[in-house]
Design a protein around this ligand. Structure first.
Ligand code: CO
Length: 151
């Protein structure tokens, strides 16, 4: 009887963790700094989220014209052309070609001490689709990118 009771407690504990993770998968806070990288190489979200919220926070010391970062999401197949074409769009457009419909979501570009957020519907995403998040600041996308996974 005691064993059964113990496994029941473990199962309850596991269910609780899964529920906590599912909730967290809709809201992300990413810290960026004076290096050209995201600490996250992968972000995992859920198609069932009401909205997906992404905040980036620049904890470095460099201003955004020197070490600016944003968070941009596209299909993986669109990521490199969007990044390349966005280079000439300038900081005022967050290095994204205005009206680029390949961009699913993006934040403003941040420098030292700044934060920026975006909130978007998962309706635009397919579960199991191939998506990449990246920073579109010129020269950053090569190292500042990761997989965006939708369950
Ligand atoms: Co950057």
């Amino acid at each position: 009887m005691q064993k059964i009771h113990l496994s029941h407690c473990l199962a309850t504990g596991l269910l609780f963790s899964v529920a906590t993770m599912a909730q967290a998968a809709c809201d992300f806070e990413l810290e960026v700094n004076d290096t050209m990288q995201f600490q996250e190489k992968e972000m995992v979200t859920e198609k069932s989220c009401e909205a997906i919220n992404v905040t980036i926070k620049h904890t470095g010391t460099q201003p955004k014209n020197l070490m600016g970062h944003n968070w941009t999401l596209t299909k993986t197949g669109d990521f490199q052309p969007v990044a390349t074409e966005g280079m000439t769009a300038g900081l005022e457009n967050d290095y994204i070609k205005p009206g680029d419909t390949r961009v699913i979501a993006f934040t403003k570009t941040v420098g030292a001490g700044e934060t920026a957020s975006t909130s978007f519907s998962p309706d635009a995403l397919e579960a199991g689709g191939d998506y990449t998040f990246f920073c579109s600041f010129p020269g950053h996308w090569g190292s500042m990118n990761g997989k965006f996974i939708v369950n």
